[in-house]
Ligand binder design. Structure first.
Ligand code: GLN
Length: 192
C-alpha cells in the first residue's frame, strides 16, 4: 500500500511518521504531476484551509484532485483537510476556496479563542478511548443522510465518513495512537 500526503502546507510530516510506524509507504504530493503517482489513498493534513486552498488553485491541483475524489478515490482529511473537503463552510474566510466534495457543513475555529486547543478521549466508530488533539478545530454542524457519524465530543460531530471520504476535526497524527490511520487503511484494503 502507498499513501499520498498532500504536502503544500501544514502538518504533513506527522502523517508520514504515523504511516512509517505502520510500515506503510508514503509520498508527498507537492505539484500537479504528483497526482499521477501510483497510490491507494490520499491524506489532506491540518494546517490553514484558506492557504491550502489557494495553493491548490495556484498549483493547478484543485480540479484534478476534486475529480479524483469524486471518482471514488479514498481520502482522509484532518482538521483543515476536513474543511477543504466540506461542501459547505458556515463561516468561510473571504478568500476561501474548497474541494467541496463531502456533504457536510462545517464551522471553522468552532471552539473560539478560549478553547483554541484541547484534548479529549472518546469513542470513535466503536473503538474505545481514542485520544484526540484539537487545534483551532472545526466541527461538523450538518451531515447529509448518507454521511456516517463516527465520533462526537460535547454534542458536536467531530468525525464522519461518506463513502470514500473520511474526516476528523482532530489531529490523529499528533498522538501515539495509530488506530485512526489504521481505520483508513483498512477501508482501502477492504475495497481493493
Ligand atoms: N483553523 C484552521 C483553518 O481554518 C484549521 C486548524 C488546523 O488544521 N489545525 O483552516
Amino acid at each position: 500500500m502507498r499513501i499520498g500526503v498532500l504536502a503544500v502546507q501544514g502538518a504533513f510530516i506527522e502523517h508520514r511518521h504515523i504511516l512509517e510506524k505502520l510500515d506503510v509507504e508514503s509520498l508527498e504530493l507537492r505539484q500537479l504531476s504528483d497526482l499521477n503517482e501510483e497510490m491507494d489513498g490520499i491524506i489532506i493534513p491540518g494546517g490553514e484551509s484558506t492557504v491550502m486552498g489557494k495553493l491548490l488553485n495556484d498549483l493547478g491541483m484543485m480540479e484534478p484532485l476534486k475529480a479524483k475524489i469524486e471518482s471514488g478515490f479514498p481520502v482522509f482529511g484532518t482538521c483543515a483537510g476536513m474543511i477543504l473537503l466540506a461542501k459547505d463552510i458556515v463561516n468561510p474566510t473571504e478568500k476561501q476556496v474548497n474541494l467541496g466534495t463531502m456533504d457536510i457543513s462545517v464551522r471553522r475555529n468552532a471552539y473560539g479563542r478560549q478553547l483554541g486547543s484541547f484534548h479529549a478521549v472518546t469513542e470513535f466508530a466503536g473503538m474505545q478511548e481514542i485520544p484526540m488533539t484539537f487545534i483551532r478545530a472545526p466541527y461538523i454542524e450538518e451531515t447529509a443522510p448518507d454521511v456516517e457519524v463516527l465520533a462526537q465530543v460535547d454534542g458536536h460531530v467531530i468525525a464522519a465518513r461518506q463513502d470514500n471520504q473520511l474526516v476528523t476535526a482532530f489531529h490523529p497524527e499528533l498522538t501515539e495512537d495509530t488506530r485512526i490511520h489504521e481505520y483508513f487503511l483498512k477501508y482501502i484494503a477492504n475495497k481493493q
